[in-house]
Design a protein around this ligand. Structure first.
Ligand SMILES: Cc1cc2nc3c(=O)[nH]c(=O)nc-3n(C[C@H](O)[C@H](O)[C@H](O)COP(=O)(O)O)c2cc1C
Length: 259
């Protein structure tokens, strides 16, 4: 069973393509995460958990969710991460999580996808060519990764250096708490009050008030609100106005006829 969380579609695309190649079912965890629904998940085939990277690890709300989740059937768990190119210590933490559940960690694969983090000016935006190159490069890796999973082999990714763990473990909670806040999100008059942002927020941090989104205090900057707004009415401070709001669906045509 392939399970995934995806804010802006990169991970969803990889998860669905892997599931297709494994001839396995594919489950979007968003509704279960939002509802804190940890009802049993059962699969005879290995569990393949797909997640985006948020500050060098899988999103905290996802690892918290998985910690409380019971899995029945297969004891084997693979992870697949999509990132802008650096998955940090995600594999180390995933292994720890799986072993705590007395399951077998079968390694992880990393897919370098377009960076979706528009609410930060720490990175320059990708050009169309870079976006295209990343998506096509990832597409070309799908068969190999699926084949390894199908044949029961371990996935191996870059070896994490000790210093990465030593730096990331104490640094991340502080960064997440003080830098990834929702206070600068707002909606413009383009907002049609459709509630897509509310529905897509994995932390239930957005509520519509007078048909406009209001952000609460828990946010992890996943970009689900800004990246899924159908009229691009969500902005973040003065960082995002001139930027294209990333969503994989804008680029799906690149891979549509490739299989
Ligand atoms: C808040 C935030 C933090 C991120 N941190 C990293 C990171 O540490 N390393 C990296 O390579 N990409 C990082 N990214 C980029 C995403 O991991 C990448 O674009 C991913 O494919 C998005 O997947 P999705 O479309 O399924 O949400 C970050 C994105 C966001 C929004």
């Amino acid at each position: 069973m392939v399970l995934y969380y995806s804010a802006t579609g990169n991970t969803e695309y990889i998860a669905q393509e892997i599931a297709k190649r494994l001839d396995d079912e594919c489950l979007n965890l968003l509704d279960r995460i939002k509802a804190k629904d940890n009802s049993l998940l059962r699969s005879k085939k290995p569990f393949v958990i797909c997640a985006p990277i948020i500050v060098c690890e899988m999103p905290r709300f996802l690892s918290d969710y998985l910690e409380n989740q019971s899995f029945l059937g297969s004891r084997e768990v693979y992870f697949i991460f999509t990132s802008g190119g650096y998955c940090g210590i995600a594999g180390v933490l995933a292994k720890k999580l799986v072993e705590k559940k007395m399951m077998t960690y079968c390694g992880h694969a990393e897919f370098r996808m377009p960076r979706n983090y528009v609410a930060s000016d720490a990175y320059s935006q990708h050009t169309q060519e870079e976006i295209e190159e990343r998506i096509l490069e990832s597409h070309s890796k799908l068969d190999d990764v699926a084949e390894l999973i199908k044949s029961g082999q371990e996935l191996s990714a870059r070896k994490v250096q000790l210093w990465e763990t030593v730096v990331t473990v104490p640094f991340n909670p502080v960064w997440v708490k003080y830098k990834l806040t929702a206070k600068d999100f707002y909606s413009t008059d383009k907002c049609i009050g459709c509630g897509m942002c509310e529905r897509r927020c994995p932390l239930n941090n957005i509520k519509l008030k007078d048909k406009r989104p209001v952000w609460g205090n828990s946010c992890t900057h996943c970009m689900a609100c800004i990246g899924n707004c159908p009229v691009e009415a969500i902005e973040y401070g003065d960082i995002t106005q001139k930027k294209e709001k990333y969503n994989f669906s804008k680029y799906r045509h690149l891979v549509k006829d490739l299989d």
